[in-house]
Design a protein around this ligand. Structure first.
Ligand SMILES: [Zn+2]
Length: 362
């Protein structure tokens, strides 16, 4: 397989500049030849829904490097995201529309530009039951997440957040753990010229399997991911009351097989985290702030890196979030018993590993 190059344009839209039909160009010459034979009439565009210039693109067949899209020589383009993942918001939008249709639900998926482009977030809105699911691509600071949540909750009966790689701040993750016992994540897998979303629930020390959208279901409580028992143990709910005041029936998406299964035994220790966790004591600790700053820095550095590095960064991100929860739960007696020293030492070791990986990427 040829070396991947992040500067090359690897995604486009098909048919017109305003099209929402995304495509990832195959990197191998043979695959591109096959695509050309199968779809000789396809035209490719630097689509406006990709944050692109709207100009036509040609597909470059290369034997010595990866195949890629190319602008005409005189085109000027300021598109920020060109990599294989840069059309993921279009793929999820299509997938959500298909999922809703298949489930007989009147819903809409909307692209949200939060300042860096049309792929910053995708909101799924069920009309009748006023349920919302936010698929977050762009990284949010903790205060940004809070204010976005307030905005989304304003007229919603339920709100679920599903975070893309590196899009959740460690404090946000810690807060999600504290409130719900888990955080929902998504990632994409390339399938031919498209990319497909996979979703899972992550707890501090365990995760459910990555599943396609079809394995998930909208229930009156919101998005249901197989293997997760929903916990609402919060004094300030992220999600408004289950039954909308207008009395509209919740979405009638059938619950997928397995979706009712509760979380496996042995999981869920993090769900016992008290709501106060990272907010007060831990938030003020210089060590927690240091770890959070390092996680943020690492996520930025790891975003364009190879998959194994991104996975390492993701693991450290999760470890940091669960450590922050443990740190936030320390009581004054823990400081006398030596437990606090132990947890602080774990934080130091974690900071060391975060720094080491970040150094490796610089
Ligand atoms: Zn362009």
């Amino acid at each position: 397989m040829a070396e991947s190059d992040h500067r090359l344009v690897q995604t486009a839209v098909i048919g017109s500049a305003t099209s929402g039909l995304g495509i990832v160009l195959p990197q191998e010459a043979d695959e591109l030849r096959r695509l050309r034979r199968r779809h000789p009439t396809y035209t490719y565009w630097c689509g406006t829904q990709l944050g692109g210039c709207g100009n036509k693109l040609s597909d470059r067949l290369c034997a010595d490097k990866v195949c890629h899209f190319a602008h005409a020589p005189n085109a000027s383009c300021h598109r920020k995201a060109n990599g294989a993942n840069s059309a993921d918001h279009l793929f999820i939008k299509q997938d959500l529309a298909r999922w809703a249709r298949g489930s007989g639900v009147d819903a809409r998926a909307v692209l949200r530009d939060l300042g860096s482009g049309p792929g910053d977030a995708v909101d799924f809105r069920v009309r009748g039951s006023r349920q919302r699911v936010r698929f977050q691509f762009r990284r949010l600071t903790h205060p940004q997440w809070r204010s976005a949540g307030e905005e989304l909750e304003r007229d919603a009966a339920s709100l679920d957040w599903v975070f893309g790689p590196g899009s959740a701040h460690p404090e946000t993750v810690a807060e999600m753990y504290g409130r719900f016992g888990h955080v929902l994540r998504f990632r994409f897998e390339t399938e031919g010229v498209a990319r497909r979303i996979r979703i899972r629930a992550e707890e501090a020390r365990s995760s459910t399997d990555w599943v396609p959208l079809d394995a998930c279901a909208m229930t009156p409580e919101g998005l249901r991911v197989p293997g997760v028992e929903r916990r609402r143990r919060t004094s300030r709910p992220v999600v408004a009351p289950r039954t909308p005041p207008g009395g509209a029936a919740p979405a009638r998406v059938p619950v997928a097989p397995g979706a009712r299964a509760s979380v496996a035994p042995g999981r869920g220790s993090s769900a016992d985290a008290p709501d106060r966790r990272a907010d007060a004591g831990a938030g003020a600790s210089p060590l927690v702030r240091k770890v959070q700053r390092l996680v943020e820095e690492l996520n930025v550095l790891a975003a364009p890196a190879e998959a194994d590095i991104r996975m390492k960064a993701e693991r450290l991100d999760r470890e940091a979030a669960s450590w922050a929860v443990r740190y936030g739960r320390l009581t004054s007696s823990d400081f006398w018993s030596g437990k606090a020293t132990k947890v602080a030492a774990q934080g130091d070791s974690l900071a060391g590993r975060l720094e080491k990986l970040a150094q490796h990427l610089k």
